[in-house]
Design a protein around this ligand. Structure first.
Ligand SMILES: NC(=O)c1ccc[n+]([C@@H]2O[C@H](COP(=O)([O-])OP(=O)(O)OC[C@H]3O[C@@H](n4cnc5c(N)ncnc54)[C@H](OP(=O)(O)O)[C@@H]3O)[C@@H](O)[C@H]2O)c1
Length: 295
């Protein structure tokens, strides 16, 4: 049995479907009244989770967190972004502590934002934490998840890049403009975006779950990050739409999106060293093929 949090989300939904297709029993932690025998109630922000909900699990995958890109980042919302991740992880680890027989592994979400703006520099899991709100958020989130190591559990933190999904997420938010031929590079367009197809994200997460030798941070990105300008060109080509020649200036993005604009202008040239070294075979290694598969 695998326990999944954030299961109603883009990635949680895709993971739960794949696990169940493979015949795995999945229990999801829900923040509303449970609707069936495979759901258990928790209040992640309030520290409420009956340890019995985790009893018998061989692994826990923790994906819950308030959406990063859906609202402007007021100070209150920034507290929610952090709290929904850090407090929920603490709640989970607290319940794991109470269990006499614990799952083998806690796989917990994080992001390539951990590395901060890396510019053109290529980074793998050996790189240190960068600067900025999201880097700090990821650092605290990962630190809380690693507490489960003190319980004798294996932990892995999924430093996920931009997940390409046909069901929504960041790509879903970009599509309407691109479909009108209004896609354009952001800022200089030279910042690297590390992407991964949804199919590979699910495959890599299962790989991490099953591989006892994988622990600590694991980059969930394709081996071929591209610049934002190349991403823009490729998406326009796949949709058979032109893109605007003029980039959207950074200051205009800032006016429209507030502090979140910094996340879009930051470069992450991240390589999936641990996935590759442990033999994970990517389904999609080039952006054109991945976008065609997803769209
Ligand atoms: N998608 C990406 O490209 C990407 C990239 C890097 C990192 N990540 C991280 O990976 C995780 C999953 O991503 P996703 O795209 O599936 O996110 P998502 O679609 O926004 O889903 C996240 C889930 O978290 C739960 N949630 C929402 N607000 C919450 C709150 N205030 N407190 C506690 N739980 C809350 C919800 O599940 P329930 O209603 O079922 O509780 C929600 O469905 C997230 O933590 C995200 O930051 C995603």
């Amino acid at each position: 049995m695998i326990v999944v949090t954030g299961a109603s989300g883009l990635l949680g939904g895709a993971l739960v479907r794949r696990l169940r297709d493979r015949g795995e029993q999945v229990v999801t932690l829900v923040r509303r009244a449970p609707r069936g025998p495979d759901e258990r109630f928790w209040q992640p922000a309030e520290g409420v989770l009956d340890p019995q909900a985790l009893d018998g699990a061989r692994g826990v995958v923790h994906l819950a967190g308030a959406p990063i890109a859906e609202r402007r980042w007021s100070e209150a919302y920034k507290r929610e972004l952090v709290g929904s991740r850090v407090d929920s992880t603490r709640t989970l680890v607290g319940a794991l502590r109470e269990l006499p027989r614990r799952p083998e592994v806690l796989v917990s979400a994080s992001g390539v934002d951990f590395y901060g703006d890396t510019g053109d520099r290529v980074v793998d899991e050996g790189a240190g934490k960068g600067r900025g709100f999201l880097a700090d958020l990821c650092g605290r989130w990962e630190g809380e998840a690693r507490e489960a190591e003190t319980l004798g559990m294996r932990t892995a933190q999924l430093r996920t890049g931009l997940v390409l999904s046909g069901q929504g997420g960041s790509l879903g938010r970009m599509l309407p403009l691109f479909r009108m031929g209004l896609g354009a590079p952001l800022g200089t367009g030279r910042q690297y975006w590390s992407w991964i197809s949804e199919d590979d994200w699910v495959g890599a997460t299962l790989h991490v779950l099953e591989r006892p030798e994988l622990s600590g941070p694991v980059n969930l990105t394709s081996p071929s990050p591209v610049t934002n300008a190349e991403f823009t060109r490729t998406l326009g080509k796949v949709l058979r739409k032109g893109t605007l020649p003029m980039p959207v200036p950074g200051f205009a993005l800032g006016l429209g999106l507030g502090e979140f604009a910094r996340a879009l202008l930051a470069g992450h040239r991240v390589l999936p060293r641990k996935l590759e070294d442990s033999g994970y075979g990517f389904a999609h290694t080039d952006l054109d093929t991945a976008l065609r598969a997803v769209l």
